[in-house]
Write a protein that binds this ligand. Sequence first.
Ligand code: R5P
Length: 281
Amino acid sequence: MIVSASTSQSLASALAATLDEPLAATEYEKFPDGEFRVSIPEFDAERAVVVCATTTAEAHIEALQLQDAAREAGASEVVTVVPYLGYARQDRAFESGEPVSARAVARALSTGTDRVLTVNPHEDSVDAFFDVPCTTIDAAGRLAEPLPDLENPVFIAPDAGAIDLADTVKTAYGTGETDHFEKTRHSSTDIELQPHEADVTGRDAVLVDDIIATGSTMAGAVSHLSDDANRMFVTCVHPVFAGTARTRLARAGVEAVYGTDTVERAESAVSAAPAVADALD
Ligand code: R5P
């Protein structure tokens, strides 16, 4: 039975349809002190597949509650799908005294589940932080699907870490060139990019990254391309869009932004459900 958190209702619905498994009804209640309670009143299955993007602190609690509710309701196996794993970018202590937040949340999620699946985590090595088996799933190939017919396209990663993603989207699209920027991050919003090598003059540019959070990385890349490129498209696996990220991209002249439903936004043009379903079988 598929059990959806409030953050992952579209993906959970698509997953239930893909797997032909029932989708559990869930109920939510919020107490005056801010605590909330979730329940799965009619849960009736051997296996619970809890689907919860941990985009907020509350979503982390919700995931733990849903895991526990499924066990209480008699599930003998709990699988937790975390399509977007919040805190995954804090995968080391950058300064003395800091936590390894990715490890802390992974350990907490491990306590209530037999297995975890996550989609395009910032680093695949995050799987080692879980105390139960963790499978990482690549949904980037689907990002080519919503793209229109492109003119001599170049697929560009805004930093070296996203080169493989750009290559995946280019391969899925079927033609084009891949390039990347060199990125130096001075703070969470202060990004410096060194220009790419490919000549984008008169060509369609498709920028590819794992996450758009503040949009600083993408906006920086777009500003380097806008004078020369024909059209600019932005794709990402996780369309987090913190603050004004989405409007920053629109104001920078981006033609369209496409993401997956690991984070549910208007721009979630493709579903990660088929890739998650494959990994669950
Ligand atoms: C970092 O290396 C990631 O791949 C993304 O480029 C980054 O998380 C995007 O963050 P923002 O949108 O805040 O620049």
